[in-house]
Each structure stands twice: as structure tokens, then as C-alpha cells.
Design a protein around this ligand. Structure first.
Ligand SMILES: C[S@@+](CC[C@H](N)C(=O)[O-])C[C@H]1O[C@@H](n2cnc3c(N)ncnc32)[C@H](O)[C@@H]1O
Length: 219
């Protein structure tokens, strides 16, 4: 007997990633505001959280905030003085995210910046702040490679860059093109990254999270 993928995801989420009130209300608020239901699943949120904990992340950058659901999972992995910046193009979504983050008690830790992410990334480079330990890419799929190219210089050596939704059906068709397929080709070939694409279960079926570590530069 083969169970539907959703059943496996439900099992993992119920056991390892039960949602508390702040996460449930964040989802409810997004639905009430008529926002698209494209946040990561609870199990993927927990995976992001665990990855941030593994590397003791102090500074996290997210590209694509929506209503702040994944930001809550990530920011909860930060230590007391940890900081997170999340980039969002839509001011209305950013406002919903700020409210959701405030309700989760994370308003001091997470700054939501509004604008096209490529511009915000350039601004971050110009600001020259401390490097990030983890960068989560989850915005316009067609721009993933450009986000990556701007993100890697902002990342510390040994830091993680994560690309969401990187196992589209297009990977099964050698002739098909997609932004996330191009992203996978780039992260798998770059000599400054060690990468793997991990399949993850989602309510809608199988998807993927590309995980890359920035290598130390050799003299
Ligand atoms: C998949 S959703 C992010 C979901 C969120 N990370 C979560 O799991 O809770 C993608 C978000 O990226 C935003 N976005 C799309 N293009 C963008 C761009 N060029 N710059 C910044 N944000 C963008 C969209 O408005 C949307 O809110």
C-alpha cells in the first residue's frame, strides 16, 4: 500500500513541527488578508530552524518574506542578540509580516525591508555590515541565480545559502528551462560552494531545498 505524500508530511509535521499559537495565527492572518498560501510547510520551517541551529546562526537573511511564517521559524533559532533581515517587495505583505512577527515576540530581532530584493541586496553590500551566517532564498524563482550571486558575497565562510522550491517538475524534462533549475546548475557547479538538493514533502507533493555551504577560500 502506498500512502499519499500528504500523509507522510502530516506525520512529520505533527510529531516534529507542531505549530504554536503565533504560527497558527500568522497563517490565519495571511488567509484573512487574501495572501497566497505559499509559505513553507511546518516541516520545512522546522528544517530551516534546525539548519540555523546546527551552524549557530547569529545573523540570518531571508529573500521573500510574505507574511513572515518562515521568518518566525528562522528567527526562533537565533540567540538572544541574534538578528535577521527579511526582504519583501510588497509593502502590504511586509506590514502583515511585521504584525505576525510582533505577535511572536520577534519584532526586536527581525527587520523587514521593503523593495525589490536585488536592490536591497546591493544596499546590504554597500552598507558593509557583518556577514550573514545563513541566507534563505524564497522570492521570484526567475531571479534565483541573481539573488545567489549577490547573496554569496554577503555570507561568511562556512555559512549556508538555502534555495527553496528547487525541485520543480521541469527538472525531469531535459529541454525545459526554469529559474530554479538554473539555480541548481549554478550551485552544483560553483567551486566556492558545496551543495546538495534535498527532496522535501509538502502538502502539494514533493519539492526541494537546495543546501549550499560557502567554502573557505584556499590560498
Ligand atoms: C514564496 S513567498 C515567501 C514565503 C515565505 N518565505 C514563507 O515561507 O513564509 C515569495 C515572496 O517573495 C516576494 N517577492 C517576489 N518577488 C520579489 C522581489 N523581486 N523582491 C522581493 N520580494 C519578492 C513575494 O511578494 C512573496 O511575498
Amino acid at each position: 500500500m502506498e500512502a499519499p505524500i500528504q500523509e507522510y508530511d502530516r506525520y512529520i509535521s505533527n510529531l516534529f513541527a507542531p505549530e504554536d499559537t503565533a504560527l497558527l495565527l500568522a497563517r490565519e492572518e495571511m488567509a484573512r488578508e487574501g495572501m497566497p498560501q505559499i509559505s513553507v510547510s511546518a516541516s520545512s520551517g522546522k528544517l530551516l530552524h534546525v539548519l540555523a541551529r546546527i551552524i549557530n546562526a547569529n545573523r540570518i537573511l531571508e529573500v521573500g518574506t510574505l507574511g513572515g511564517y518562515s521568518a518566525i521559524w528562522l528567527a526562533r533559532a537565533l540567540p538572544a542578540r541574534g538578528q535577521m533581515i527579511s526582504l519583501e517587495i510588497d509593502p502590504r505583505y511586509a506590514e502583515v509580516a511585521r504584525c505576525n512577527l510582533k505577535r511572536a515576540g520577534l519584532e526586536e530581532k527581525v527587520q523587514v525591508r521593503v523593495g525589490p530584493a536585488l536592490e536591497s541586496l546591493s544596499r546590504l553590500e554597500a552598507e558593509g555590515g557583518a556577514p550573514f551566517d545563513l541566507i534563505f532564498i524564497d522570492a521570484d524563482k526567475e531571479l534565483y541565480v541573481e539573488y545567489l550571486r549577490k547573496a554569496v558575497p554577503l555570507l561568511r565562510e562556512g555559512g549556508l545559502v538555502l534555495g527553496d522550491n528547487t525541485l520543480p517538475l521541469a527538472v525531469l524534462d531535459a529541454t525545459a528551462d526554469s529559474g530554479t533549475k538554473r539555480y541548481n546548475s549554478e550551485v552544483s557547479a560553483r567551486p566556492d560552494l558545496i551543495s546538495i538538493l534535498v527532496p522535501v514533502l509538502r502538502i502539494k507533493g514533493v519539492d526541494g531545498l537546495s543546501i549550499s555551504i560557502k567554502q573557505a577560500q584556499r590560498a
